[in-house]
Design a protein. Structure first.
Length: 81
């Protein structure tokens, strides 16, 4: 089992060079905020990520990949809009 502190650190590191903060909600889920460190512009905010399935490095990597894909899709939609 991965500790919450370690899980948060792995997720935060997964978005470099962007900045990421993970906070634990009262129900044990995570709020993940990814932002540009120079401008402070929020690139992604997910408020209730359940941690029950994040028990392996593969599961954590899959989550980070999905969130990065979502960020890329949003950027493309804004650029085309």
């Amino acid at each position: 089992m991965i500790s919450m502190l370690e899980l948060r650190h792995i997720i935060e590191s997964g978005f470099l060079p962007l900045s990421c903060t993970c906070t634990t909600n009262p129900d044990g889920s995570l709020m993940i905020r990814v932002f540009d460190p120079s401008s402070g512009q929020v690139e992604l905010l997910v408020t209730a990520v359940t941690t029950e399935t994040l028990t392996s490095s593969r599961a954590i990597a899959n989550l980070i990949g999905e969130l990065r894909t979502e960020m890329a899709n949003r950027s493309t939609m804004i650029a085309e809009g």
